[in-house]
Structures are given as C-alpha cells and as structure tokens.
Ligand binder design. Structure first.
Ligand SMILES: Cc1cc2nc3c(=O)[nH]c(=O)nc-3n(C[C@H](O)[C@H](O)[C@H](O)COP(=O)(O)OP(=O)(O)OC[C@H]3O[C@@H](n4cnc5c(N)ncnc54)[C@H](O)[C@@H]3O)c2cc1C
Length: 504
C-alpha cells in the first residue's frame, strides 16, 4: 500500500436525512461506495424542512450524472416540468412578467438577442415585447411541454427545463438509490460529539440510545441548526436580513386544479410573496413574509385566500434567518444544505446550491490530512455562490415602484451591496449585464428580472446601429413566427406528463 492510499478517507458520516443529506449521499455512493463506508444518521424526532419543491435546470444534470431515468424519476416523485417562474404584482401592482429558462430566441453574434431587440424597439414602435422571443415563456403561457431536441441551435432547443417535485418523495428516491449502492442508514438522535484532544477533529458522533458512530469525514446536513459546523466549530453566520427582510413562511398543500401549469407562480403581497407549485397529485403553496410588517394570522389568511383548490392540511409555520455560514468546511466537517446558509426560495436556489456543494466537495475531496487549503477553497466557492444568489434575489425587492405598504417602502429604501448597485446601474444605463458568476444565473435571467421589473435601458450597444434595422426586423419576425408555430405543435403539459409516467 502506498503512502497516499494509507491516508485515504475510510468512512464518511452524513448527519441528516433531508434533501441535502440524501442529495449528498447519492453521488458519494456512486463515486466512493466501493472505496469507503458511508453512513447517514437521521432523526425522525426532528424531521426535515421538506418544503423545497421547485428547482433550476441544473437538477436535470444532477440526476443525469447519477444515471437516473427521467421518466422513472417523474413518476416516483410526482414531478411536473418547470419552464420558469411567472411573477405577478412584483415591481408594481398589476405587473406580470416571466423568468423563463433560456434566452430570447437563438443568440445573435454570441450575444443575447435582447440587445438587438432594444435597437428594434427604438426603430419600430410597434415591436412586440421581448418576452415573445422567449421559447420557454411562449410554452409556459400555452401550457405546453416537450423536451428540447436537436443538436443545432434552433427554436426546438432554445429553452431549458427544471422540475417541480414532492420533496419527501425525492429524498426517498435518492435514499433508495444510495442504500442500493451501500450507504448505511442509522435512525437516531445525535446528542454529543467526540473530538480528538490534540487536533480538534471530530472523531465520532454519540447517539441518545448510547450508540456511537466513528468516521474520518463528517458532513453536516443537519439543517438550520448546523449541529456540527456551528454547534461544534462555531463557524459564525452572516445575517443578511437587513437586505432580505423576509424571515417567516407558511406552507400548505391544496388539491390540484387544471390546467397543470409548467411553471411556478410567484405573487407579491403586502409583506412578502406567495408561491404556487403544481405537482401531479397536489399543488404546493406557501407564503414568505416579514413578521415585522404583518402577523402570522394575516399571513395565513392571505395564503389560504389565494389557494385555487381545497386546502389539504393546516398551514405549517417556518422561521428562518437569511444569511450564510462564514465557513462551510472546518477541519474534517463540511456543511451542505441549510446548515451552510439560507436564501428564501424566490428563485428556487437552495437545491441548486446543494448540487453545487456536493460537486465542489467531490472536486476537492480530501484525504485524512485534510489540508486547510482545500477547506478554504470549498468555503470560498460556497460563500461566493451565496453572495451572487443573494444579489439576484434582492434585485426583485429593491427595484420596485410599490409604496402601498411599509414592507415595500422599506425594500425601496434599504441599502444594497455595491455589486448589485453596479449591476442595476449598468443595465439601466447601457442594457448590459455584469457576469459575476458564469455558473450562476445567465445574462438572459438577469434581463428577465431587470426588464420585467420595469428597468428600461437608456442606451444600447452603438455597434448594433451599424446593422440594417429592416434586416433585423425581418430576422426577428421570422424567429417569432417559428416560435409560435413550434409551440403550437407541442403537446399539452398535462398530457405529456401522463404519457411519460403512464398515469392518466
Ligand atoms: C419555506 C421554504 C421553502 C423552500 N422552497 C424551496 C424550493 O422551492 N426550492 C429549493 O431549492 N429549496 C427550497 N427550500 C430549501 C430546501 O427546503 C432545503 O434546502 C432542503 O430541504 C435541504 O434541507 P436540509 O436537508 O439541509 O435540512 P432539513 O430538511 O432540515 O434536514 C435536516 C436533517 O438533519 C437531521 N438532524 C438534525 N439534527 C439532528 C440530530 N441531532 N440527530 C440526528 N439527526 C438530526 C434531521 O432529522 C433531518 O433529517 C425552501 C426552504 C424553506 C424554508
């Protein structure tokens, strides 16, 4: 045995069996299941948050990397397809816009067609809204869905998709996957931790029933409490509530109603917003709000009044502090999921951050030396991702003309990070978007939110003036006609899901 093999991780202990725990266990089992032991501990007495039901398109890559069959996944998690989010009453009451997955038609000279649309809209006052060139938006508005197809850039693949799924069923799906590949599941409440007296490394977790689980690497997926990363290592937490004041949520499922929409609906209210997430067997609903501007009772009334089917339960109350753990890897403990931070689910980013965190862990997988540089690099990547997502979410609140409640007046006046101030200024002045995070939200996503909230660029790229406006108009018209024709021929979303799953 060479020296490196003698240092290899022999046992991984995952603390927590929520979405983060099982999303971590599954890829680790696939990659390392034969090389080391993996144990996951979860406590039924504590339970999971279990409300994360909307995702981003990267979830499809995550599933594919695990070799998961798409139809089987949709059937077992009662999933539907998500082409984006419709925003209602954000920016101002009566406003409606769509954040679709994909650009506003095929790229022109490798850039977003929106840049060219700006020129067109100034040259021809009757130019339709840029949204009409978003294939995902056109599909969503018509309740159509089909998978993207074709290798060459075309209207048939100028969109991406994600899923809405039942969070409990997704965790169970990944649990089966991971356990089939050797992950051992232990039910028990962790009540203590043993540390090496010299290094401070965690050597074992202790269970209430007297059990003890030793390990080399401990992954903290224990949720908001951060049992190890905070409880043992006091990593610290950056509280961002001054810029994202919502701190409460209520969630309630209701009966499914037709049509089965292939998108999430987000409606702004007096002190926050509500979500509507359609699944095959029910609709998930929730109200995210700031308790300094409304009461829990009023929040519940707003939530229940907006349901479009019969409530299937009483609203479930949740509290949170928006922010990020200062370090998400300390010594031999890595935090993934809510233990590493939380941003409200306005753009369905938590599960995406879990996917990324697991990927970064595999890219920076340690041996038992646990070199601090690896931990620092992982923490840097996770921290930055939280910051970029934070800016993207704040944008929805900050750019508002709403002044009908104290909440919206607070949002309009609140201080924002310099990075976001620059982003808004750059777009307002020039129609361009600063790409801080190439793996994060795309230029088109930024345009959807900024323009959707009513920011109208004062100028546009002067180089586009060199193009013949009539030729540009002909090109845009042709693309729009193709989008209408293509979407018209697509199957209805509900029918597509039924055919895929074999469940009428
Ligand atoms: C209101 C709301 C809506 C959301 N919506 C979305 C969404 O649409 N999209 C999205 O991407 N994300 C969403 N999220 C986030 C998403 O729910 C979480 O990121 C995801 O569920 C991961 O949670 P987790 O596994 O980290 O924690 P949890 O679900 O809290 O799981 C923690 C686990 O740790 C275990 N545990 C804790 N302490 C102990 C102990 N002492 N001993 C043993 N076990 C222990 C528990 O038993 C449990 O298994 C939402 C979150 C909230 C609050």
């Amino acid at each position: 045995m060479d020296a490196d093999a003698r240092k290899a991780i022999r046992k991984i202990v995952i603390v927590g069996g929520g979405t983060a725990g099982w999303m971590t266990a599954a890829p680790l089992a696939l990659r390392l299941g034969k090389a080391c032991a993996i144990v996951l501990v979860e406590s039924p007495d504590i339970g999971t948050v279990g409300v994360g039901e909307a995702t981003l398109p990267t979830i499809a890559y995550f599933n594919r990397a695990l070799g998961i069959d798409g139809a089987d996944f949709v059937r077992k998690t009662r999933a539907t397809f998500k082409l984006g989010i419709e925003f209602k009453d954000w920016g101002h009451v009566g406003n409606r816009f769509f954040h679709g997955f994909g650009d506003f038609g095929p790229a022109i000279e490798n850039r977003s067609p929106y840049t060219y649309w700006l020129r067109l809209a100034r040259a021809f006052k009757d130019t339709p809204s840029y949204e009409q060139w978003s294939v995902a938006t056109a599909m969503a508005r018509a309740n159509r869905f089909t998978h993207p197809c074709g290798d060459q850039p075309s209207v048939t693949n100028a969109f991406q998709y994600a899923y809405h799924f039942d969070a409990g069923l997704y965790a169970a799906y990944l649990r089966d996957y991971a356990m089939r590949r050797g992950v051992a599941r232990v039910e028990g409440m962790i009540t203590g931790v043993e540390q090496h007296p010299g290094t401070g490394f965690i050597t074992a977790v202790k269970l209430r029933d007297g059990g003890r689980i030793e390990g080399d690497l401990f992954i903290d997926c224990s949720g908001f409490r951060g049992l190890l990363i905070e409880g043992v290592y006091r990593a610290g937490y950056d509280d961002w509530s001054a810029m994202l004041p919502c701190n409460s949520a209520q969630a309630v499922p209701c009966e499914r109603v037709d049509p089965l929409t292939p998108y999430t609906l987000s409606t702004a209210h007096g002190a926050g917003w509500t979500w509507r997430i359609p699944l095959q067997h029910r609709t998930g609903n929730g109200h995210v709000y700031c308790d300094a501007f409304t009461s829990d009772g009023e929040a519940s009334r707003v939530l229940l009044a907006g349901l479009d089917g019969r409530a299937l339960d009483d609203p479930r109350q949740l509290r949170f502090t928006t922010g990020r753990r200062r370090k998400s890897w300390i010594k031999n403990c890595v935090a993934i999921g809510l233990s590493s931070g939380f941003l409200e689910p306005l753009e369905s980013t938590s599960i995406n951050i879990i996917e990324n965190s697991v990927g970064w862990l595999l890219q920076h997988f340690p041996d038992r030396d646990f070199r601090p540089a690896l931990a620092d690099e992982f923490s840097r990547l996770v921290s930055q991702r939280y910051e970029f997502v934070r800016d993207f979410i704040i944008m929805h609140y900050k750019i508002t003309r709403r002044d009908d409640t104290g909440f919206w007046r607070y949002c309009a006046a609140m201080p924002i990070p310099d990075t976001l101030r620059h982003q808004i200024e750059l777009f307002r002045e020039t129609g361009r978007v600063a790409v801080y995070d190439p793996q994060g939200f795309s230029v088109a996503s930024h345009i959807s939110i900024l323009a959707g909230l009513g920011v109208s660029p004062r100028t546009y790229d002067p180089l586009i003036d060199l193009m013949d406006p009539q030729a540009l108009r002909t090109h845009f018209e042709r693309v729009r006609e193709t989008i209408v024709r293509t979407v018209d021929a697509m199957p209805d979303h509900a029918g597509y899901v039924a055919k895929l799953t074999g469940v009428p």
